[in-house]
Design a protein around this ligand. Structure first.
Ligand SMILES: Nc1ncnc2c1ncn2[C@@H]1O[C@H](COP(=O)(O)OP(=O)(O)OP(=O)(O)O)[C@@H](O)[C@H]1O
Ligand SMILES: [Mg+2]
Length: 501
């Protein structure tokens, strides 16, 4: 095997805080090399340096036999390196094909004037998508109208369309379902056969063991070690990541009382994305709403928070409520932790503190003044609870690692006393230790009498945590399962019901 990338004594600090310390890394041509580590370990930062988006403070990088010092992403792309971001970098207002060709548009001459050749770009996009077996993305749609999964696939297609020989994927599967992940893995194996080298980041360790040849573990900005995947097991990887052993992935179930009379009752609720939804949510219950991407469960969650129009009847503690906007939901103690944290969950330019207090000003302010002391206490307690890694409570949210951003979103709702928490993919991008904390948080909440609606594509999570499972397919509820005697297959069967002809 030939070495394609060699990193020697690399260091990087952000405003005095060292986030990468003396990194040494060697990547062989044609391998799939996994990079793992807890939230904030430095994975994305290292990837951005390799891809020319950030400069290191010191250290040497050798790529494909020569020393490199990329000063822009374009230079890296021209050398054959492309990076698929953890957080989407697509332009929401542009279509799928315009995004794929952004910055390198195909043009045609017409009387000596250059025109953007939309037709060719569209055709080329379809070819790229087809080559990698991605068939059902509407290439004309504006990216802002795509599901998170389709955004991710567009991002991947964009990188693949530049014919890179070194592909970096920062948590590409976080937003994908099982089936889409398998599709992606087929694509990766295909690329590997074409001698493309792949760096692959994921918090789902099963995936690492399925796809990678080698794995490098980062902890607190340092390389803990590199291992061949068939010479290590999952427990050992976790040990290297967190520096201690973590026996169980799910905390012991906390017995919690579920009241019989419903807290929330939904009757004949319909919208663009779901039809005639009926269910009862009982006090102190974790109700999972499972389904494949596009089944309508996410939109249902958003409607119950007043983010989307819907028709039908919703009553809370026996009283009809009109969830016309989020303020109504919040007033009634209903909160949503959304799937797409960048769209709905966070104001990226503001600090952790402001993000935390903006939705909580009703109890963190008096006569229009923020109660600074209360505010600090509240932020700190959420940060401690979730073990969020921030340099200070004033750190800008866009400078946090992906997983820690997610924790800020969760933390601001924890500060309130909710009646109902709607959690949409709450552990996406969250490291294994923090996942455990979030599961414990959920048990803690239900044992206090809070009800949780859990929307998740991780079937293990659904089966382990919930008290009851509703499954949706094509906008309808296709069945109810008891997690105690159900399997992943049972969920999947109901999730595709009505889809097969
Ligand atoms: N632009 C920046 N300014 C200041 N600090 C930053 C910046 N970018 C990253 N950091 C800090 O560097 C550290 C490493 O972040 P990084 O995004 O590399 O982590 P990660 O391993 O990718 O985590 P995750 O799994 O949560 O995505 C974090 O503590 C983060 O807050
Ligand atoms: Mg990251």
């Amino acid at each position: 095997m030939m070495e394609i990338l060699k990193i020697d004594s690399l260091n990087k600090s952000f405003s005095g805080v060292q986030v990468l310390k003396n990194i040494n890394l060697s990547i062989q041509k044609g391998e799939i090399h996994a990079i793992v580590g807890e939230n904030g370990a430095g994975k994305s930062t290292l990837m951005k340096i390799i891809a020319g988006e950030l400069e290191c403070d010191s250290g040497k990088i050798e790529f494909d036999g020569r020393m490199v010092n990329f000063s822009s992403p374009l230079e890296a792309i021209n050398s054959g390196i492309s990076l698929i971001h953890q957080e989407f970098s697509l332009v929401p207002q542009l279509s799928v094909y315009e995004n794929i060709f952004l910055g390198r548009e195909i043009s045609k001459k017409f009387f000596k004037i250059n025109f953007v050749d939309k037709k060719s770009m569209k055709k080329e996009t379809l070819t790229v998508l087809k080559r990698f077996g991605i068939s059902d993305i509407p290439v004309d749609s504006k990216v802002k109208n795509l599901s998170v999964a389709d955004k991710q696939l567009t991002e991947i297609a964009k990188a693949l369309s530049t014919n890179s020989k070194f592909l970096i994927m920062d948590e590409p599967t976080a937003a994908l379902t099982l089936r889409e992940t398998e599709l992606l893995f087929a694509i990766l194996k295909n690329l590997k056969n074409q001698n493309v080298t792949i760096l692959f980041i994921s918090h789902r360790l099963e995936e690492i063991f399925e796809i990678a040849d080698n794995v490098t573990v980062l902890r607190n900005g340092e390389v803990v070690g590199t291992k061949k995947i068939n010479e290590i097991n999952m427990e050992e990887v976790v040990n290297m990541m967190v520096g201690r052993s973590l026996k169980n992935r799910f905390p012991d179930k906390v017995p919690h009382e579920i009241k019989d009379d419903p807290l929330l009752e939904v009757k004949g609720l319909s919208s663009e994305s779901f039809k005639n939804v009926n269910f009862k949510l009982r006090k102190g219950e974790i109700l999972a709403i499972a389904g494949l991407v596009g089944c309508g469960n996410m939109q249902l969650g958003e409607s119950l928070f007043g983010l989307r129009d819907s028709e039908g009847e919703v009553s809370l503690e026996g009283k009809t409520i009109h969830l016309s906007e989020p303020t109504v939901a919040i007033k009634n103690g209903i909160f949503l932790v959304p799937e797409d944290r960048h769209d709905l969950g966070l104001i990226l330019q503001l600090g952790v503190r402001e993000n935390h207090s903006v939705p909580n000003l009703d109890f963190l302010s008096k006569f229009g003044f923020v109660l600074r002391k209360e505010e600090k206490k509240s932020v700190r307690s959420s940060i401690n609870y979730l073990n969020t890694k921030v340099s200070s409570i004033n750190q800008r949210v866009d400078n946090l690692s992906g997983g820690n951003q997610q924790k800020v979103v969760l933390g601001k709702w924890i500060a309130r006393s909710p009646k109902i928490l709607i959690l949409d993919e709450p552990t996406r991008g969250i490291d294994i230790g923090a996942k455990y904390e979030i599961y414990k948080f959920m048990y803690d909440q239900v044992s206090k009498g809070v009800s949780i609606i859990l929307i998740s594509s991780e079937l293990a999570e659904i089966l382990n945590l919930s008290d009851r499972i509703l499954v949706m397919s094509e906008g309808r509820i296709t069945g109810e399962l008891n997690p105690k005697n159900s399997t992943q297959e049972d969920i999947l069967k109901l999730a595709v019901k009505g889809k097969e002809n």
